[in-house]
Design a protein around this ligand. Structure first.
Ligand code: PLP
Length: 429
């Protein structure tokens, strides 16, 4: 057999990778691209990317450090880890030090490293962000989805967690909590956090608290569950969402001393995989975590804009008969289209994935089906309410803080039109 014939033999692929189902996100992206090529105007409510520019002070810092070329410490650049520890101290009142922090190329990569480091099952509230479950599958872990209800604002209930932990008492459980939440926009309040913390402590659950949208709590009232369960909580955060810098690829985990061994394992994994985050990005990111009037003004303006978008988007959906729980923070809104199930069935549309594909063709609105977030049954759709002119509106608010973003704000027109287009189409099914 010559070498070309040999290459035509099937290559042995890792069955764990083959087992991860293709996300509906890909299908939506493919159809979107095709429709754009055909000249259609597509409302991009699929991808959860910040609509706001990176703050000027971070951009200037990146320019300053562009020539930095050395590999940095695997755990992260020390002055950056000091700035992050200071940020956690200020925002949560928690005593975490530079030594307790690891910096990675996005919190997503760190999440993968954490799941690799722990011999655990993964516990996810339903619904949860799209990547936690596939990461666990890639690593051959068992995943338990715990049901949550729209009536509870899609938030995990402490009794549900307790029942689960009693059933799986023999195995370390890793619970991922995400607040503000993707996809629902829900945020835990203090009582809910205390209840969950009590149960988690009782069963020695490790909590990964995904706080990537922390600064986008509309009232600025985000709290970490680490306040109430410090010994068992790892905080995950970064600059992707509230500092608009997803493409910079920088996230961090903050560990309690009690989980030092897990941190050390993650440093080993980091040293054998990504080595360190790019030096200029780490150096420039210090400016995101240091206390500054500029970051405060930026974050406040982003919150005010996102609160207005969420309120009006959700209200419009509800007005058209699409039930949605009003978000408390972040970029997202989860709509329940159950009311239209009869009309959809007539068109042979029986699940949210099929509905999202048809919705995109018919209305030009791209959004993700609930299935991607663990909502297997039902006609749920997640909208990333970010298709609007965030650059211009942010600039206007920074120049004149008396500007009130609302439903007549010209920069917000696109995203609100998208809600009306959907409503009109569904009402006329
Ligand atoms: N966690 C949640 C809930 C997210 O929505 C995202 C990104 O969309 C991430 C984590 C990943 O963020 P990063 O850019 O830090 O990898």
């Amino acid at each position: 057999m010559n070498s070309r014939q040999q290459m035509n033999q099937p290559v042995a692929l890792n069955p764990r990778v083959l087992d991860v189902p293709k996300s509906a996100t890909l299908a939506i992206n493919e159809i979107s691209k095709q429709l754009v090529l055909e000249g259609r105007d597509i409302y991009r409510l699929g991808l959860g990317q910040s609509p706001f520019p990176v703050p000027a002070r971070m951009v200037q810092a990146l320019q300053t450090y562009a020539a930095a070329k050395d590999y940095l410490a695997v755990q992260g650049y020390l002055p950056l880890r000091e700035a992050i520890a200071g940020y956690i101290q200020r925002s949560e009142g928690l005593d975490r030090h530079a030594d307790d922090i690891i910096v990675g190329p996005g919190s997503k990569e760190l999440l993968f490293g954490l799941q690799m480091a722990l011999d655990c099952d993964l516990v996810l509230p339903t619904p949860s962000w799209v990547s936690y479950d596939p990461q666990a599958r890639l690593l051959g872990k068992q995943v338990h989805w715990l049901a949550c209800r729209a009536e509870d604002g899609w938030k995990l209930n402490a009794d549900t967690l307790d029942r689960h932990c009693r059933k799986y008492a023999g195995k370390q459980q890793l619970l991922i909590l995400n607040s503000p939440n993707n996809p629902s926009g829900a945020c835990f309040n203090e009582t809910e956090l205390r209840d969950l913390a009590r149960v988690a402590a009782e069963h020695r659950v490790v909590i990964l608290s995904d706080e990537i949208y922390s600064e986008l709590h509309f009232q600025g009232r985000h709290q970490s569950i680490a306040r109430y369960y410090p010994a068992g909580t790892i905080i995950s955060n970064g600059i992707s969402k509230w500092a608009g810098a997803g493409g910079w690829r920088l996230g961090f985990f903050a560990f309690p001393r009690e989980l030092q061994a897990v941190l050390e394992s993650m440093v080993t994994i980091a040293s054998e995989t990504f080595t360190s985050v790019s030096a200029p990005v780490q150096m420039a990111s210090i400016s995101a975590f240091e206390e500054s009037a500029e970051m405060q003004d930026y974050i406040l303006a982003c919150r005010r804009i996102m609160a207005a978008v969420a309120t009006h988007f959700s209200e419009r959906l509800n007005h058209h008969g699409v039930h949605s729980v009003m978000p408390d923070g972040g970029f997202y809104c989860l709509g329940d289209f159950a009311r239209f199930s009869d009309g959809l069935r007539v068109q042979d549309i029986n699940d949210a994935s099929a509905m999202c594909r048809t919705m995109l063709q018919e209305t030009g609105v791209a959004a993700l089906p609930g299935q991607d977030f663990g909502l297997g049954n039902g006609l749920y759709v997640r909208f990333a309410c970010v298709d609007f002119d965030g650059h211009r509106l942010l600039q206007r608010l920074l120049e004149d803080p008396t500007v009130e973003p609302g439903q007549n704000t010209p920069e917000l027109r696109r995203v609100l039109i998208a809600a009306d287009r959907l409503g009109d189409w569904f009402e006329n099914l």
